[in-house]
Ligand binder design. Structure first.
Ligand code: ATP
Ligand code: MG
Length: 504
């Protein structure tokens, strides 16, 4: 059921939402519980204090025979209005008799009245616990949650009762006595406020939940949709179609993923093109010599080529076979170098010495073309850290090119120069040069400029690809400067060997 990211996100979000609301709800509930009853107790105490004040004011009138009835009536009214419709307020004397409100204003529910005692002197609280401590001045406040020692049994509510003493002195004596002022409120009355707040909370939670769920839905869709797109695109690409591009524009990680994905597709496309070009190039490079070899051999066999010229053609055949041989060897070498199968053997070597050796190796070609070779070494020796075989191959390739593309009687220079911790080796010729628009392509496999084809038919176009790979394998750079008709300079760097001075 929760297989998709979308459904997982929705479930996680909703769970978080529910958890958050539950914690908030429970906290609110307990906070309100305390807050509401604290407030209620305060309110009830205030009412008791009000009654106390009134009693003080009315006391002289209550004790005067002529005014006592009116005073009691007025006080009773005041007490009833203070109590409101849901509470009871009673003033009791030290024997537990309810003296205020007076019988006319009492208005007690029948089931509560039946819990009280009624005799000739009036209505009385049934249990001493309900008044004794207060009316003897033993305690200054009585607070009780429940049925107040049986007074409210048989009622459907739990009651909160507060009782406080009222101290007074009779007019004809100096003795002070106590009355008890008692107020009772059903707890349900107290929880009413809480319930209405909780109800309000539930309504707002419901409304915000609905809004949140809609937002979560939209948001999760937005996250999962681009992932779906990427997945579909990956499938298309896996089937070999490298044209697919994603159009996700978001700036977040998914946008970055889409960008990397597009880059990967572009790279794959290039790779595929390279692969096709490579196969086409190799087939072309092999087919041409094979066609001519076949033609010559058939010509010899069927006698089209007369015996006196056969040797000539066989020489051509041998040259072509040699070229194919070199091509295949070069290809294998290039593949090995690119895949790192030929490990580089770094050693400290004198690059100047190596250059001299390369010149000697190419001597016969140089002499054939009557070239002048100039070696410009800044110092007698220049030590570098490099693989001698690889670097020899680089220099031979560059010099061979220089020889091939020089005019007869031209000049070739080979230079080494120290530059900080590098040695720059360059091979310069005054040959045909390279056109500016071709200069970036000479490093590609099989690339041979149109101009060079006339001068060199034996080249495979792999030399510079091998050179670049070897130099880069050393972590070094190679570059070329050339002007058509004037000449070309190839230069590359090598790491100079650390001298004892460096360690100081
Ligand atoms: P191979 O080196 O395999 O015998 P190649 O020499 O033709 O064949 P690269 O050495 O890779 O192949 O050179 C690629 C092309 O770059 C050459 O065919 C030529 O067009 C151009 N080029 C290279 N070196 C020079 C140079 N010194 N002067 C002018 N053009 C050059
Ligand atoms: Mg070459």
């Amino acid at each position: 059921m929760f297989k998709t990211i979308f459904s997982k996100l929705v479930v996680i979000f909703i769970a978080i939402l529910l958890l958050g609301y539950s914690i908030a709800g429970i906290t609110l509930f307990y906070f309100l519980d305390n807050y509401v009853s604290d407030e209620q107790v305060k309110l009830m105490e205030q009412k008791v204090d009000n009654i106390s004040n009134q009693l003080n004011i009315f006391l002289p009138y209550l004790q005067n025979k002529n005014t006592s009835l009116d005073a009691a009536m007025l006080l009773s009214r005041f007490i009833n209005s203070t109590a409101g419709s849901s509470s009871y307020i009673w003033v009791v004397n030290s024997s537990g008799y309810i003296i205020l409100p007076t019988a006319d204003y009492m208005g007690i529910q029948q089931n509560i009245k039946s819990n009280m005692k009624t005799d000739d002197s009036g209505i009385k609280l049934p249990d001493e616990k309900q008044y004794k401590k207060i009316t003897t001045g033993q305690t200054s406040e009585l607070k009780e949650k429940g049925d107040f020692y049986g007074l409210y049994q048989n009622t459907p509510y739990t009651w909160l009762t507060i009782e406080k003493p009222f101290k007074y002195t009779l007019a004809n004596s100096n003795k002070s006595s106590y009355l008890g002022i008692l107020i009772s409120t059903p707890i349900s009355e107290i929880t009413k406020t809480r319930t209405s707040v909780i109800n309000f909370f539930i309504i707002s939670v419901s409304v915000s939940s609905i809004i949140s769920v809609v937002l979560i839905y939209v948001f999760s869709r937005r996250i999962s949709k681009p992932l779906k797109q990427i997945n579909e695109a990956a499938r298309v690409i896996a089937s070999g179609d490298f044209q697919k591009q994603l159009t996700i524009k978001s700036k977040d990680e998914i946008g970055e993923l889409a960008e990397s994905f597009n880059q990967m597709v572009a790279d794959l496309r290039n790779l595929e093109e390279m692969r096709r070009d490579f196969v086409a190039n190799v087939s072309h490079e092999l087919r041409t010599p094979m066609t001519s070899i076949k033609g010559f051999i058939e010509g010899i066999l069927d006698g089209t080529i007369p015996p006196d010229r056969q040797l000539n053609y066989l020489n051509v055949v041998r040259d072509e076979i040699n070229r194919m041989n070199r091509l295949v060897n070069n290809l294998l070498d290039l593949a090995k170098i690119e895949s790192g199968d030929i490990p580089l053997n770094f050693r400290v070597i004198d690059i100047n010495e190596l250059c001299r050796r390369c010149i000697i190796k190419l001597e016969s070609l140089i002499v054939q073309k009557e070239l002048e070779v100039e070696a410009n070494f800044e110092d007698e020796e220049a030590f570098v850290v490099a693989d001698p075989d690889a670097i020899e191959r680089v220099i031979i390739n560059l010099m061979h090119n220089a020889v091939k593309f020089s005019f007869n009687g031209g000049k070739i220079e080979i230079n080494t120069k120290n530059m900080r911790n590098k040695v720059v080796v360059s091979v310069k010729d005054e040959g045909i040069g390279i056109d500016q628009d071709e200069i970036d392509m000479i490093w590609d496999r099989f690339y041979k400029s149109d101009k060079s084809r006339g001068k060199d038919k034996s080249g495979t176009g792999l030399g510079l690809a091998i050179v670049k790979n070897l130099v880069n394998g050393h972590g070094q750079e190679i570059w070329v400067e050339s002007e058509p008709g004037k000449g070309t300079v190839f230069s590359f760097t090598l790491n100079a060997a650390p001298t004892p001075d460096d360690n100081e």
